[in-house]
Design a protein around this ligand. Structure first.
Ligand SMILES: *Cc1c(COP(=O)(O)O)cnc(C)c1O
Length: 390
């Protein structure tokens, strides 16, 4: 048996975690075409429905006509078009921060920014539930790392008091919105602790961008903490509807990244139509908060419906709606049964979440109609009763 065949059998098939990827035929929107059927889609990060917005599509088409389809090089050589500079400025302006640098993805941004900012003599205090891209970015630094219990500010402060003194720069790193439970990081307290102990703050707000705060400016805006978080990471791939990631920071931090952000130095920059669509998305979001209002209306309607049906709904502070099913196999079965009833959902199981807390994580969006949500609720009710969960 080849080594991968053996691994696939032992680690995937035998543990019941092997799966085929779903294939969408057509756009990723409130409904999708899957297995030849139209289904209500509750597992995409398309919070504002911008991936199919006519203004974004038009901006992308125009950019293709003017700039072609590829940027031709890394940003630091010749792949830095006026569009890339414009996007950086537009992000900084939208987020009310001094400067921003866009990367090819949120993942590339965390990996690049953490490598660039965190050095050998530094220390990092990182939330145990931080996103994989933060974990990977930190693996590429030689700094000392301490992991604190998720959102536990007492534990964070204890670790800082004990260890901060022995290192040069200290970073506190947290997601803004935790993607599994949809809860928010206690940023006001985190900022207080950072100030008291001379720590820098780094918040990855991928799920908060576009969903939290005024016009979707994010969790930092939600808490009124503008100017108090040193580095805010966001993604252009979720609510913004396209692809890319960014970090907002000081002007000097931007200068440093343009020299030491390795994904900018060694990987080709985003294609022009992507950048143009992102710029247009920020315009749409700035001009009106209609889409984020619609998103919240839909999320609240769906959450209320699920709670009323008697499911174990994790208390979430964001539009993320985790419905706990329990055992791993039951969660997978639940999701399959939803699919048979016209609802496309994603089961999230161990090791992504603790054993026995398998769930269907529902992602609501502004592109769902009320009829879509009612279809989804009816399917949850039917499958929940059939499987004896409600
Ligand atoms: C999705 C996500 C990312 C990655 O963003 P991409 O643009 O998809 O690469 C990074 N951090 C967090 C917290 C995320 O949820």
């Amino acid at each position: 048996m080849g080594f991968l065949e053996k691994r696939i059998k032992e680690q995937l098939i035998d543990t019941g975690t092997y799966r085929e990827l779903p294939v969408l035929h057509g756009k990723n929107d409130g409904t999708v075409i899957l297995e030849g059927k139209e289904m209500v889609n509750v597992c995409s990060n398309i919070y504002l429905g911008l991936a199919n917005h006519p203004r974004l599509k038009e901006a992308a088409h125009k950019a293709i006509d003017t700039y072609g389809v590829g940027s031709g090089a890394v940003r630091t050589i010749s792949g830095n078009m006026d569009l890339h500079e414009e996007l950086d400025r537009a992000i900084a302006k939208f987020k009310h921060e001094p400067a921003a640098v866009a990367f090819q993805s949120g993942y590339a941004c965390n990996v690049g920014a953490l490598q660039a900012f965190v050095e050998k003599d530094d220390v990092v205090f990182t939330d145990e539930l931080n996103h994989a891209s933060i974990i990977d970015g930190l693996r590429m630094t030689k700094a000392k790392k301490f992991i604190y219990k998720s959102c536990d500010m007492k534990h964070l402060e204890e670790l800082i008091k004990e260890h901060r003194g022995q290192y040069k720069n200290a970073f506190i790193i947290s997601d803004g919105v935790f993607s599994m439970d949809g809860n928010l990081a206690p940023l006001p307290e985190l900022v207080k602790i950072a100030k008291a102990h001379d720590c820098l703050t780094y918040v990855d707000d991928a799920h908060g961008s576009g969903t939290m705060g005024s016009h979707g400016r994010g969790t930092v805006d939600h808490f009124g903490l503008h100017g108090q978080i040193d580095f805010i990471v966001g993604t252009l791939s979720k609510a913004v509807g396209v692809v890319g990631g960014y970090v907002t920071c000081s002007l000097e931090a931007r200068q440093w990244l343009l020299h030491r952000g390795r994904p900018l130095l060694f990987s080709t920059s985003q294609p022009p139509m992507v950048i143009a669509a992102c710029i247009e998305a920020l315009k749409v979001m700035t001009e009106s908060d209609e889409l984020s209002k619609k998103l919240w209306e839909n999320a609240n309607y769906f959450k209320a419906g699920i709670a009323k049906l008697g499911f174990n709904l994790i208390e979430s502070e964001s539009p993320i709606t985790p419905v706990v099913i329990g055992a791993e196999d039951k969660s997978l079965q639940f999701s399959n049964n939803l699919r048979k009833n016209g609802v496309f959902s994603a089961p999230i199981i161990f090791p992504t979440v603790p054993k026995g807390t398998g769930r269907i994580r529902c992602m609501l969006s502004a592109s769902h109609t009320k009829a879509n949500l009612d279809t989804a609720l009816a399917a949850f009710e039917k499958v929940g009763k059939e499987m004896g969960i409600i």
